[in-house]
Design a protein around this ligand. Structure first.
Ligand SMILES: [Zn+2]
Length: 261
């Protein structure tokens, strides 16, 4: 059976598209979640929402307990995660307000725990294609049907934060092949793969980061404004995509089997 998880930020703490809403408190072997899980039904489909930055957006990206968040979603039976994320654009053509469905990431984080497996269990996850291709294509198809401007692929650079990049760093990420930049996709995508959950990101471009000489460098205020203006689009894509998701024996489910030494 399909159970859809959504990891979101601002705009999702009051999920008006859910009925039978209740919240679930969960403990995990890795500590506390960002917030209680919000559980409900989107139409007929069981849906679980996790507020990545906690209620009221108060947890810094480096301080998010990604392992607890993904573990809890796995425990309540989530089979697919659609993650939303604000991102900076590293390309002229990815304008503020555009959506991007990345197919690759570059991990520029430094201090995060990115595996559930510690101690004497060695795991090397294959990560050549880090996102679920089936789930990505459903989201892209929905954007096409709804006429929402989007970019069907791209490389997301995840930085440690919480500060934004210098101009030199931003230019370097462009040279490395980055298309967008954020602070949350890694290790979230990696942990979801370990947990056997299909995972894709709907990233919303909010600004031109700091490489763009003719645009004002990014501020938090800028991000919040673009997010608020576009959160309805993200909700629409999420809601309209749900009924197309089916339980299939996707490769994501058994990736861990070939990764364990
Ligand atoms: Zn998958």
């Amino acid at each position: 059976m399909v159970k859809i998880g959504m990891i979101g930020g601002s705009g999702f703490d009051d999920p008006d598209f859910l009925t039978d809403v209740r919240s679930i408190k969960k403990g995990t072997p890795f500590g506390s979640l960002s917030a209680d899980l919000i559980v409900g039904k989107a139409g007929e489909i069981e849906t679980v929402i996790m507020l990545r930055h906690g209620k009221g957006h108060r947890i810094m990206p480096s301080a998010i307990n990604y392992r607890a968040n993904i573990w809890a979603m796995k425990e309540v039976g989530v089979t697919h995660i659609i993650a939303t994320s604000a991102c900076g654009s590293l390309r002229e053509e990815i304008e503020p307000g555009h959506l991007v469905f990345p197919d690759q990431f570059i991990d520029w984080t430094r201090t995060r725990k990115s595996t559930f497996h510690e101690g004497d269990q060695v795991v090397h996850m294959a990560m050549a294609d880090p996102f679920c291709e089936r789930l990505r294509s459903i989201l892209i198809e929905t954007c096409i049907t709804e006429g929402i401007i989007h970019h069907p692929r791209g490389t997301v650079v995840t930085i440690e934060g919480p500060r934004f990049s210098t101009r030199a760093e931003s230019r370097m990420f462009r040279m490395l092949g980055g298309d967008i930049i954020n602070m949350s996709t890694v290790p979230e995508a990696v942990l979801a793969r370990e947990a056997g959950i299909c995972y894709a990101v709907a990233a919303m471009s909010t600004d031109y980061d700091t490489w763009h000489d003719s645009e004002a460098p990014v501020t938090w205020e800028m991000i919040a404004e673009t997010m608020n203006n576009n959160v309805e689009n993200v909700k629409k894509i999420f809601f309209r995509s749900l009924s197309k998701i089916t339980y299939e024996q996707c490769d994501c489910r058994k990736a861990i089997e070939s990764a364990t030494v």
